[in-house]
Ligand binder design. Sequence first.
Ligand code: SF4
Ligand code: SF4
Length: 389
Amino acid sequence: MKNPFHVMIIPTLGCPSKCKYCWSSEEGSPIMSVETVHEIVVWLQDIPRDRVTFTFHGGEPLLAGADFYRQALPLLADGLAQMHPEFAMQTNLWRMTPEIADALAAYRVPIGSSIDGPEAITDSQRGDGYYQKTMKGYGIAKAHGLDVRFICTFTNKSVKNKEEIFQFFLDKGFTLKLHPALPSIRSENPKEWALEPSEYGELLVYLLDQALDHMGEIEVMNINDLCRCVFVRRGSVCTYVDCMGSTFAIGPDGSIYPCYRFVGMPEYVMGNVADRPSLETLMESPAGKLMLAFKDYVDTACAECKHIKYCRGGCPYNAMAPTPGRIEGVDPHCTAYTRIFDEIGDRLNREMFAAPPMEMGGFGMPSVQKPAKKEKPGVMTLMRRNAMR
Ligand code: SF4
Ligand code: SF4
């Protein structure tokens, strides 16, 4: 089965915010032209895929303005109708306007935004005033019918307040997606904010417990994804599949990269949309070869790991960040992945063996049972619930 084809469009690397752990703000960065969007369409018309998801990412994609989206969205949707395009956007929402919201609502673009918890915690990591500016944009997006979900970056500092942060998301009725602060290839002090892998693993277990305790009250997207990975034995988000060859990012000038995380670094340019490279040509570039080398490396380095099918060594960017661009290990979050995959697998096994025959799908005669005492829902209940939605 082919992995979903995902093209990230980075209209600019500029961003009005200065989050303390972010590596992608660039002052005065150029903005993608509509001609480049047209080149993206022409390039993809020859790519043999029948589905595509476009994510507008940054930098801050709203800096491109309403006119850009009024033109780009129909160009992509109509010009690539044979690929059934779907859209998404990752934005801090500061520059959301009614005009942009209208343009996005016409194509039902779901929004991923970022807040790190209550105002004081968010602003301590992302800068004074961040929270209020994002909430103002959130109000505009909601008023125009846009679906907004929040990504919460946990740093080695904010993880100490994980209970307060979880409660904030619960009280607000926000869906929670966790993002661990990463070491950056570009930073001089790459680990200043980074969440240690062992802390990340314990945080995931904490969120698993919370998601089960509060089932029906809050969605914790990572927990849904991780449980699904273990249950179907296949990754369902990019970190846990071989993203190389099925995910690309297009920078403001039409340069093609393996992922948004590499955009702006010339050594990771694989080609340019104006030249209409085939996917094979892209993967023959030095950056393409590096990504494929990571896949081969994982086949050996993780060969003995029972989670290899639905982890695939994690994210290649994470793996190469500590050793600027060299492959010397898998994703350093391996410790966290092992911790949470083991935990979910163990719980699933316990629940399967504890379940009565009918619940396991067996055909035994139902036995007379004592009234069940109310128990905390388990991973299987969560999976069933998600499958029914
Ligand atoms: S490099 Fe990492 S973040 Fe980028 S697509 Fe691959 S797994 Fe996802
Ligand atoms: S958990 Fe660790 S060893 Fe296992 S596949 Fe993932 S990165 Fe490799």
